[in-house]
Write a protein that binds this ligand. Structure first.
Ligand SMILES: C[S@@+](CC[C@H](N)C(=O)[O-])C[C@H]1O[C@@H](n2cnc3c(N)ncnc32)[C@H](O)[C@@H]1O
Ligand code: SF4
Length: 417
């Protein structure tokens, strides 16, 4: 058996409340009822960090992601307290990337300067669209001008390293409107752009009462046109839904997609830890509902060892989303499996043009990216294929998470940018 090596470690912190639940969203988020009780939640997060810290003792934390829900509902002082707790309990790398998700409709004027002083180095802003009618159809709580103002404030606060979340294939949207949204986003000078096709997620209001959406061909054309525009603007696509200026990729999400490790704290947060001394990869899940999370004892989380036969799928689910793909060394070090476990399948996909070689290893070809679901399904262990439910158990937490959406409707939504 090749040696399992501990990969880089990240930290994901979940904040489950929003001003209002959006009708398309199946993230673990809840409309805030009454005043936000920040203090008990922050105290619980700190206890959670203490409880999980011994397992990762001495390992540097390369990135932190405050995701939601709407973390920007929490004051800069509250975020500073969580970061202090992380510094106390863990070994935070001096140059750690620290991202805060913010909703343009739930951010106090001038707050970005304070978030930066608290230790935030990067912000992810939920713009979604710049068309007032689209924002209304999406049930968003902000106007395009509020997004523009938030972006201006980010630049003024010295947080030019920010992401804008955009969605396309929106109710009633045509190609020109989708492209206009990208233009408007570019005009705000972001360093990163996440561009998601709107999907109807089971259990949401939109799934129960679907709005009229562009068909798949139209959506594919929107994506192609927007991608071309982003390339002209100097953005590189480094993942299925993620574009960045050179050197501005999200390190946190890259760690998920490279099958790295992450601690998950907060209601419903997922974690993944490699334990080389035990030859195991473990997944953790926190109690999902905020009330249950608050009432649970720190360290009271669900732990599951990932069976070896699931590992090729789990690795590929992440690595094949990256335009750079993966190397065999990375596969063996991060899964603890021999290359022979995937060699036959890779050879078959190479022949069919779904995978192509890179100087370091392999990546999904353009054709492969279009049929990524089918490609991934081939890496499923037989038992999961039969139950048809494998994706339900493996959605990672944090940033990467929402990027699984186009692939796996019905999956527990990944948490993060
Ligand atoms: C946790 S939310 C972002 C932060 C913040 N809560 C906000 O909405 O402004 C993550 C992102 O996932 C995307 N997203 C959520 N639901 C989606 C869906 N059904 N289809 C496509 N993208 C979705 C949105 O772009 C959203 O900004
Ligand atoms: S999209 Fe963002 S603001 Fe809307 S409900 Fe989901 S997490 Fe909350």
């Amino acid at each position: 058996m090749p040696a399992l090596l501990a990969p880089p470690l990240s930290l994901y912190v979940h904040f489950p409340w929003c001003v209002r639940k959006c009708p398309y969203c199946d993230f673990n988020s809840y409309t805030l009822q009454g005043e936000l009780q920040a203090e008990p939640y922050v105290a619980r997060l700190a206890r959670d960090l203490e409880a999980q810290a011994p397992e990762v003792s001495g390992r540097p934390v390369v990135s932190v992601f405050f995701g939601g829900g709407t973390p920007s509902l929490f004051s800069p002082a509250a975020i500073a307290r969580v970061l202090d707790a992380a510094r106390r309990c863990l070994t935070l790398a001096p140059d750690a990337e620290v991202t805060l998700e913010a909703n343009p409709g739930a951010i106090e004027r001038g707050a970005f300067t304070e978030y930066r002083a608290a230790g935030v180095t990067r912000v992810s802003l939920g713009a979604q669209s710049f068309a007032p009618e689209a924002l209304a159809a999406l049930g968003r709580i902000h106007s395009p001008d509020e997004t523009r103002r938030a972006a201006e404030e980010l630049h003024a606060a010295g947080l030019a390293n920010f992401n804008l979340d955009l969605m396309y294939a929106l109710p009633g949207q045509d190609r020109a409107a989708a492209l206009r949204d990208v233009e408007e986003a570019l005009a705000l000078g972001p360093a990163h752009l996440s561009h998601y096709q709107l999907t109807l997620e089971p259990g949401t209001l939109f799934a129960a009462h679907p709005p009229p959406l562009p068909d798949e061909d139209e959506a594919a054309e929107m994506l192609d046109e927007c991608a071309a525009r982003l390339a002209v603007a100097g953005f590189e696509r480094y993942e299925v839904s993620a574009w960045a200026r050179p050197g501005r990729q999200c390190r946190h999400n890259l760690n998920y997609w490279s099958f790295g490790d992450y601690l998950g704290v907060g209601a419903g947060a997922h974690g993944k830890l490699t334990l080389p001394e035990r030859g195991e990869i473990v997944r953790t899940v926190q109690p999902r509902e905020p009330r249950r999370y608050l009432a649970a004892a720190p360290g009271e989380l669900t732990r599951t060892t990932v069976p070896a036969e699931q590992l090729p799928f789990e690795f590929m689910l992440n690595a094949l989303r990256l335009t750079a793909g993966f190397s065999m060394e990375e596969f063996t070090a991060r899964s603890g499996l021999a290359p022979s476990r995937i060699a036959a399948r890779l050879a078959r996909f190479l022949t069919r043009g779904l995978i192509e070689p890179t100087p370091e290893g392999f990546r999904a070809s353009e054709l492969g990216l279009r049929f990524l679901n089918d490609l991934l399904a081939d890496f499923l262990p037989e038992s999961a294929e039969m139950s048809g439910g494998f994706a339900l158990s493996i959605a990672p937490a944090g940033g990467a998470r929402d990027s699984l959406r186009p692939l796996f409707t019905g999956a527990d939504p990944p948490i993060g940018e």
